[in-house]
Design a protein around this ligand. Structure first.
Ligand code: HEM
Ligand code: NAG
Ligand code: NAG
Length: 357
């Protein structure tokens, strides 16, 4: 090739490479990189208005995030190695076979959100597996400081019921939780990353006499308060005494799961736990990374279409990390040997009481 020909060739190559990709036209003037993503804008509009009460980070958003986990964790690498069926992962089986899976003890309460979500999935004719992951990603994007999760579409609607005992219980020993999560491909540190979900969470069923009891003081913010408050010395039960899977909580109206208490203090995970207190960006980024993995358990990313652009960009405004009013650093049970607990100051004012969500 002459020098001139090389130039001509190079010019063509650059032009072909840089040619703008034609974007698909979707509803309301929106566009998508892939036409298959357009329908998700319509699902988005519908669930923001009619499932999440106009884009709130409330109970339905929290429950939808929880459901992404309870569907996806029905998955077992060891069963797969032995040629057995250990669950199909993020396959929608918890909705398709709700009458089986929502009766598993660890799934107590998820029947409510499954039945709330089902009509939306049917109306838009999307697979149950896609819908559950989409709703969780949209729901948590409504939380201030929240992640913008990846959303890949195209999971099959065909599934089989997951076996029982794939979902960890709050009363399980930490080793048992780490073993179960390891069998789905998650390290102990990644379990901590996943538990950033509990920054926007409340319980209804561990103590069913006090539904809506949050795990931290800011259940509509994806912030560090959960990681701080789980390290405070426990002093009380918010309800009528202790329940299976419950630990003493530090604040009236706040609920502490035994598993969160233990994982916050375990030498394998305490430093990851503490690190999120002063690094919001790392908490969000690591949650996004680990959720990309969780949301496609049982699938290959290359078989799915990336429709992440449909997920809203969350509001980034969160309060700085602080000790709840009435607490001091002496109330903190620091457990990370490598790094001292950060010198947080306490909110002024009278001792904090947490309101139900
Ligand atoms: C590691 C083991 C885990 C255990 C033992 C656990 C246990 C629990 C329990 C017992 C509840 C209270 C349910 C109720 O009484 O209504 C809860 C709530 C919740 N969990 Fe987890 N969880 C774990 C991991 C996860 C993960 C990985 C996610 C999501 C990625 C998640 C998301 C949530 C959310 C968002 C709620 C709040 C639901 C609401 O407010 O209605 N959890 N969890
Ligand atoms: C998905 O499967 C359920 C049955 O489990 C069915 O009712 C629904 O119509 C299916 N949805 C699609 C999009 O095929
Ligand atoms: C707590 O227990 C007492 C005595 O058993 C009972 O009278 C009360 O109604 C319970 N409170 C709640 C919220 O269930």
């Amino acid at each position: 090739m002459s020098f001139k020909n090389i130039l001509v060739f190079a010019t063509f190559a650059v032009a072909a490479y840089a040619a703008p990709q034609k974007r698909a036209e979707c509803s309301a003037g929106r566009t998508a990189s892939n036409a298959a993503c357009c329908q998700w804008f319509d699902v988005l509009d519908d669930i923001q208005e009619n499932l999440f009460d106009d884009g709130e980070c409330g109970e339905d958003a929290h429950e939808s995030l929880r459901l992404t986990f309870h569907d996806a964790i029905g998955f077992s690498l060891s069963a797969e190695r032995e040629g057995k069926f250990g669950g199909g992962g993020a396959d929608g089986s918890i909705m398709a076979f709700a009458q089986i899976e929502t009766n598993f003890h660890a799934n107590i309460g998820v029947d409510e959100i499954v039945e709330e979500q089902r009509p939306f999935a049917l109306k838009h004719q999307v697979s149950f597996g896609d819908f559950i992951q989409f709703a969780g990603a949209v729901g948590v994007s409504n939380c201030a400081g929240g992640p913008r999760l990846q959303f890949l579409a195209g999971r099959s609607n065909i599934s089989r019921p997951a076996p029982d005992l794939t979902v960890p219980e709050p009363s399980d020993a930490t080793q048992k939780i780490f073993d179960r999560m390891g069998d789905a491909g998650f390290s102990p540190v990644e379990v901590v990353d996943l538990l950033a979900s509990h920054t926007v969470a409340a319980q209804d069923h561990v103590d069913s006499t006090i539904p809506g009891t949050p795990f931290d003081s800011t259940p509509s913010q994806f912030d560090a308060q959960f990681f701080i408050e789980t390290l405070l010395k426990g002093t009380l039960f918010p309800g009528n005494g202790s329940n299976v899977g419950e630990e003493l909580s530090p604040l009236p109206g706040e609920f502490r799961l035994q598993s969160d208490f233990e994982i916050a203090r375990d030498p394998r995970t305490a430093c990851e736990w503490q690190s999120f207190i002063t690094n919001h960006n790392s908490m969000v980024t690591k949650f996004e990374t680990v959720m990309s993995k969780l949301s496609i358990l049982g699938h290959q990313a290359r078989d799915l279409v990336d429709c992440s652009e449909v997920i809203p960009v969350p509001n980034t405004k969160v309060n700085p990390p602080k000790l709840p009013a009435g607490k001091t650093l002496a109330d903190i049970q620091g457990a990370c040997a490598a790094t001292p607990f950060p010198r947080l100051s306490a909110d002024p004012g009278p001792a904090t009481t947490i309101a139900p969500v």
